[in-house]
Design a protein around this ligand. Structure first.
Ligand SMILES: [Zn+2]
Ligand SMILES: [Zn+2]
Ligand SMILES: [Zn+2]
Length: 346
């Protein structure tokens, strides 16, 4: 079983995978090579994955066979396991707990060759509905402090399987990135009585130079302090802390904006590898909460999607300092992406 370990110097958790002993030589192999010949995500191969936990089956077909449009299965090689207790241990300096969690794969399409950017709005909406359904289900488990949905696209971004999919990890800790955002938003709300993201969006709309897309419902921008070239964030303009509370029509609007984001990047940069991460409110379980801690969450947090194209490696200065050097101003990135005309068929 893998293990969560706490680094007391950095103040962060890591997951140590120790399902089997690895030989150093395994880390030297060409990571571009995939040994998989039959794709387990293709229709007809349902038996090669663990049984599905969610599927959109328009023709009402039987589970774990063909006929699905979107399918969610537990990861066959999960980093975290769903069975067992956390077994938290501490000797004063070092803390650890069992690698308990859920690790699921959202297979976005039956078509082995189509990427998420090539799906239509209805198909993309179905993927977002699968995200919502899994969030609503997994948040019932009180062991999970956070549910992280993310997508790796391309080998360089950590997706060795080409068949388009995203992933969900339910973890027994609040990740530091999330905790920091939650704290910052709560602090701003305490000081001003307003949502930080709503304030930022108002300022960005007034300024305009970093906006890539705004259809009045969803907005895409290149963040003012972008760490990476063409880093993007997608926000609902209507305040909402929790992605899982969005209704079908809001998810369709989100799908339209997500398609704008992916297609513009695809057109400008030629199908770049990327990661995107859904940042949404954590499930609130009464037994973990400090009194009043989550009280203002629905008003102070604002869900969003963060996307980073993987165009360059993170170098020593960035790793060592946590300060990134970005060779492209976000104002220029936004202009390039804004000027893309998606109606042109090139
Ligand atoms: Zn496939
Ligand atoms: Zn807001
Ligand atoms: Zn965020």
């Amino acid at each position: 079983m893998s293990e969560f370990r706490w680094d007391p110097l950095k103040g962060t958790w890591v997951i140590i995978e120790n399902q089997r002993v690895r030989h150093p030589g395994e880390f030297l192999i060409d990571r571009q090579k995939s040994s998989i010949t039959i794709c387990p995500f293709c229709p007809g191969q349902e038996g090669k994955t663990p049984p599905e936990v969610y599927a959109l089956r328009p023709g009402d077909t039987a589970a774990n066979g063909p006929g699905w449009q979107v399918r969610v299965v537990p990861n066959k090689f999960p980093v975290l396991r769903i069975e067992g207790q956390l077994n938290q241990q501490s000797d004063g300096l070092y803390k650890s707990m069992h690698g308990i969690g859920a690790h699921e794969v959202i297979i976005e399409t039956v078509d082995h060759k189509r990427s998420l950017a090539q799906l239509d709005i209805v198909e993309t909406t179905s993927v977002l509905q699968a995200y919502r359904a899994r969030l609503l289900d997994l948040r019932k488990d009180p062991r999970f402090r956070y549910l992280q949905i993310f997508k790796n696209h391309g080998v360089e971004a950590g997706a060795p399987l080409p068949h388009s999919h995203s992933q969900l990890m339910a973890i027994p800790i609040t990740p530091p990135v999330t905790r920091s955002e939650l704290n910052t938003c709560r602090e701003h709300f305490r000081n001003s009585g307003r949502c930080l993201v709503c304030d930022l969006l108002a300022r960005e709309i007034a300024d305009g130079q970093r906006i890539v897309y705004n259809d009045g419902r969803f907005l895409i921008l290149a963040p003012y302090a972008s760490c990476f070239p063409f880093e993007l964030r997608l926000f609902p303009l209507q305040h909402n802390h929790d992605f899982a509370l969005q209704n079908d029509s809001e998810l369709a609007d989100c799908a339209r904006a997500l398609q704008e984001m992916l297609r513009r990047l695809h057109r400008l940069l030629g199908d770049p590898p990327y990661n995107f991460i859904l940042h949404t409110a954590p499930p609130v379980h009464a037994q973990f909460s400090k009194p009043g801690y989550w009280e203002t969450l629905p008003r102070d947090y604002h869900w969003h999607i963060e996307l980073v194209p993987r165009l360059s490696q993170i170098a020593g200065f960035e790793w060592g300092s946590g300060v990134f050097i970005n060779p492209l101003a976000p104002e220029d990135a936004a202009r390039y992406l804004r000027e893309i005309d998606l109606s042109l068929n090139i």
